[in-house]
Design a protein around this ligand. Sequence first.
Ligand code: CAA
Length: 289
Amino acid sequence: MDIGDVRRIAVIGAGTMGAGIAQTCAAAGFEVSMRDVEARFVEGGLRRIREPLEARVSKGKMAREDVDAVFRRIRGTVDLAEALDGAQVVIEAILEKMDLKRALYAEMDRLGPPEVVFASNTSSLSITEMANATSRADRVIGMHFFNPAPVMKLVEIIRGSETSDATVRLARDLCARLGKEPVEVKESPGFVVNRLLVPMLNEAFNLLQEGAARAEDIDKAMKLGTNMPMGPFELGDYTGLDVALDVMEVLHRETGDPRFRPSPLLRKYVRAGRLGRKTGRGVYEYGPE
Ligand code: CAA
């Protein structure tokens, strides 16, 4: 299949990443089906797309007709078969749990015609293991977007053990159509960005636990000392501390290397439900948005 054959993209998962990816695809002119398991999650995803776009209209940065056009191209659903109907590419962005992903891939493999390409937005799990739940391992690939997906330029393209060159080419061409820059990475824990970024966030929690500096000062130091747009705690709260902990667990489990040990303080925050902006409290407290 060529990029010219791709008209509809099914995005599975309407959380922060799924909604952002659906928006990115619709803004690039693709028809999009966005599926989640419950109607309230689908509605949440649509709201996550609408609010920042409305804000851009209010600021005069985007025309109302363009926002409406993006919305007209997105169809929300809870039905997996309906989501896959007519789609040439699926981008999966569900919870980072391998057993859930494998069950979904097996189901999608039954529902979708054999030529449909499955791309996972996983931030650190094995593409090979997901592909092995299907009968089309050559057409399963990783396309890892970054939060906020409509804004961040990078997509990591991850080649699983069986991924074909044609599938890699399609993913690269899709990135070009989405206005994204791809970087190709062989399958390895955390790929490039999370292998480097998340241990840095984790180490910030170790510093905080040691009492070396206040959270605000650690963030300030990294912003002013390295020109990061957000300090490690602001970024952790923004992407979700549970996401950071999941990545550390994968790095630690897959490599067995003690330098990837999750910070006890990070783990404690996640256990307390302090997941960041999405729960109103992470390292920092957030009022209603
Ligand atoms: N849809 C469309 N546009 C959006 C948007 C959205 N959802 N969110 C923001 N924007 C636009 C804004 O409208 C604004 O556009 P203009 O410049 O035209 O006005 C622009 O993006 C910047 O947004 P803001 O002015 O609201 O805010 P900002 O300048 O402070 O930037 C930020 C916000 C882009 C998030 C910036 O702080 C940043 O780059 N932070 C770091 C993000 C990062 O590192 N992400 C990667 C996380 S790691 C990850 O995702 C991987 C993983 O697996 C864990």
